[in-house]
Design a binder for this molecule. Structure first.
Ligand code: SP5
Ligand code: ZN
Length: 340
C-alpha cells in the first residue's frame, strides 16, 4: 500500500498553546508522525512517497486566498516589525457579521483563527502545505488506479474550513484530497472517525450535493469544536442530506462505537459514492489523553475490516490521535484490518 509523507511536515513545532488562559503543552507534537512512520516501516508498507510541487494546486482551489496569504506571510511580517515571537496567537476575534480585513497583521490574527490551540510559527505554513500536498498526492495515486493509499498528514486538517483554521489544523487535507478526486469525476464520501467533529470538513461539503460528509464523534455540546457537529446538521441548500452527524456521549464504550460506525457506513453507502476518503483519528483510543471513548487496538482492526468491506477505493488521511506509546500499533491494526 502506498504511503505519502513529506519530511517538512515535521518543521511545525508549536512550543506551547494557550489553554484556559495559561501556557500549556500542545498535543500535536512531531513524535506523532515519527511513531506513525515507524509503524508503516515496521509493517513493511510502502513505497513511502513524497509529494511534489505539482501537488500543491488544490490548496488554492479550495481555500480563501486571503487566508492563505495570511498563513504564508503573517509570521515573517509580524516578526519583521515587532518583537520576535515564538508563534502568533490571536487576541481579538471578529463578532458574527463583522468580518472586515484590517491592514495591520496583528489585527488579522483572529480573523481566520478560531482558537488558542493553533499557533502560527516560523515553519507552520511550510509544514501545513506539505501535509496538504501529501493528501493531494495520495488522491492522485487513487485516481491513477491504486485501491488504498495512506496520507501521513501532520498537522491534521479536519478543523480547517474554506476561510478558517483551528483545532491544530491549518489546511483541510481531506478536502484537498476530495477536490482532486472530484476533478477526476464521481462523488466522494468522507467518513470521519476522529474523536472530534470535523467542523472544517463539514463546511466544505455541506452545500455540495456531490460530497457526502459523515462523522461519529464526541457530542459537541460537551467538547471541541462545540459550535458544530450536532445531529440536526444535515447539509444546506443543494447539499441538503449530504451531512450525517452521529454525536456520542462521553465515555462511549467500543461496542457502542462500532455499532454506530456500522450505521454511519451504511449511510455512506446509501449515497453510492465513487470514492471514499477516511479522516482517521486515533483520539478515540481508550488511553488517549484528550479523548474519552473506549476503542482498543483490536477495535481499529475491526474498523479497518469494516472499511474494507465497503469495497470502495479508499484514501486514508491522518487526523488526530495523541497517545504516543500506542499510536503506531493502532495504525498497524487499522491497516491490517484493511488488508492492504
Ligand atoms: C485534529 C484534532 O484532533 N484536533 C483536536 C483539537 C482539540 N482541541 C481541544 C483540546 C481540549 C483538550 N482537553 C483536554 C482534556 C484533558 N483531560
Ligand atoms: Zn481529534
Amino acid at each position: 500500500m502506498r504511503v505519502v509523507y513529506a519530511p517538512s511536515e515535521q518543521k511545525h513545532r508549536p512550543g506551547h498553546v494557550v489553554k484556559k488562559g495559561k501556557p500549556s503543552a500542545t498535543y500535536d507534537i512531531r513524535e506523532r508522525a515519527t511513531r506513525l512512520l515507524a509503524a508503516i516501516r515496521r509493517q513493511g508498507h510502502g513505497p513511502i512517497l513524497a509529494p511534489s510541487q505539482d501537488d500543491t494546486w488544490p490548496i488554492r482551489a479550495i481555500h480563501d486566498a486571503n487566508m492563505l496569504d495570511y498563513l504564508e506571510t503573517a509570521y515573517d511580517s509580524e516578526n519583521a516589525s515587532s518583537d520576535p515571537a515564538e508563534a502568533l496567537f490571536p487576541t481579538f476575534f471578529p463578532p458574527p457579521g463583522q468580518r472586515r480585513r484590517p491592514t495591520r497583521v496583528y489585527g488579522r490574527r483572529g480573523l481566520y483563527c478560531t482558537d488558542m490551540g493553533t499557533p502560527l510559527g516560523p515553519h507552520t505554513w511550510e509544514a501545513a502545505r506539505a501535509s496538504a500536498s501529501c493528501a493531494s498526492a495520495a488522491a492522485r495515486y487513487i485516481v491513477g488506479g491504486e485501491h488504498t493509499v495512506y496520507a501521513l498528514c501532520r498537522p491534521p486538517g479536519h478543523h480547517a474550513g474554506p476561510d478558517f483554521f483551528g483545532g491544530y489544523c491549518y489546511l483541510n487535507n481531506a478536502a484537498v484530497a476530495t477536490h482532486v478526486l472530484r476533478q477526476a469525476g464521481g462523488t466522494v464520501a468522507v467518513l470521519d472517525i476522529d474523536y472530534h467533529h470535523g467542523n472544517g470538513s463539514q463546511a466544505f461539503s455541506e452545500g455540495d450535493p456531490e460530497v457526502w460528509y459523515g462523522s461519529l464523534h464526541i457530542d459537541p455540546a460537551t467538547d471541541y469544536p462545540f459550535f458544530a457537529g450536532y445531529a440536526d446538521e444535515r447539509g444546506v441548500g443543494d447539499g441538503e442530506g449530504t451531512v450525517c452527524n452521529m454525536p456520542l456521549p462521553p465515555n462511549t464504550p467500543e461496542t457502542a462505537y462500532l455499532q454506530t460506525l456500522e450505521r454511519l457506513a451504511a449511510m455512506a453507502m446509501a449515497f453510492e459514492p465513487h470514492w471514499l476518503v477516511v479522516s482517521v483519528g486515533f483520539d478515540t483510543y481508550a488511553h488517549d489523553p484528550i479523548g474519552t471513548f473506549g476503542v482498543t487496538t483490536d477495535g481499529y482492526a475491526r474498523i479497518g475490516e469494516l472499511i474494507a468491506s465497503l469495497g470502495l477505493r479508499t484514501l486514508l488521511v491522518q487526523e488526530g490521535g495523541y497517545y504516543l506509546a500506542d499510536l503506531g500499533r493502532n495504525l498497524s491494526a487499522l491497516l491490517a484490518g484493511l488488508g492492504s
